[in-house]
Design a protein. Sequence first.
Lengths: 212, 212
Amino acid sequence: MRVLGVDPGLTRCGLGVVDGGSGRTVRCVDVDVVRTPVDVTVAERLLELSNAVEKWLDRHKPQAVAVERVFSQHNVRTVMGTAQAGGVVALVAARRGLPVAFHTPSEVKAAVTGSGRADKKQVGTMVTRLLDLEAMPSPADAADALALAICHLWREPMRARLAEAEARAKELARAHKARLAAATKARQAANPAGNGGRPGVTAATNPKGKRG
Amino acid sequence: MRVLGVDPGLTRCGLGVVDGGSGRTVRCVDVDVVRTPVDVTVAERLLELSNAVEKWLDRHKPQAVAVERVFSQHNVRTVMGTAQAGGVVALVAARRGLPVAFHTPSEVKAAVTGSGRADKKQVGTMVTRLLDLEAMPSPADAADALALAICHLWREPMRARLAEAEARAKELARAHKARLAAATKARQAANPAGNGGRPGVTAATNPKGKRG
């Protein structure tokens, strides 16, 4: 599976394409950082970003897009721009029918370093090692985009298996309920008195509070 | 001028089209609230929202789009969805070459009620009165979208005049500087000694600290 990881932003947007092989093997296909000019309007910056993402989707044809889920942390202005950029990336992918997943920074850190509290440098180091790169991708947004793609490749099969198991459990519960309802109905048909077919159990022979 | 006001959101997105006439007269063209299903992914919701906005732009052909500028206030999750929705609306408009402006909630409230701290009901009441509507638009997102459009219609001429004045001031400053540079150059050409053409003023005749 090929995944485009996106660390969204208006000033710098990290884009990284990673191929997942058998087991946990991963291969870097392309990585870069898209910048949009600061002297144009937000709408024009979003347009430039969406055009860049469209080009990457055309060029690399990923099967899924993984975007960093933004949290309201430090600078409110920056966070809003980041959320807008993330929304635009998700829209561009959804228009092509591609699945889009959002992963939190701590999910990404935990996936590539084993710790949800790893710093930028640790993430960069692990991404460089995992993808067998000659140098650490720079700036950090580029490394983060690759980490997002890796995170998605490794988490998605687990998530899919979990969803499948949940669906199976639900189906089993439904089938069980249906069998139960059918059995009750059959008993009631055989014994219309209404005690469900159980012999000798009525309100009179087993009053509340008296057992045995 | 016709403006589409947008109160962005994934659960409810207010859309309101207002025509501005001479002075401060305004007329409601259309208003509605777009809802996207909660049981699909964020990317699919953004896609549905963008399709709805595209339809409104096709139908009403506004000359500008005014979007509420989101601030990180209460629920972080909601705010992020709102920012993503706002980014998508801005992108859709920018793709058509339409100008997009973001207005803060207090700018909108101040424009329609005179107070930046007005509550939802006051905004709704004023929007109903200003647009001469039979009933207050409901839910509040619908009224907010109309208020955004009105705010844009009334603020935009001021903003444009201000920008024009600033550009004129900049041009005057530039011309003044150019004249000054030309005058200095002319003096230097007439008197290559380097005292700028002022008679009798040299480092020797006017040493630092001694005047007159």
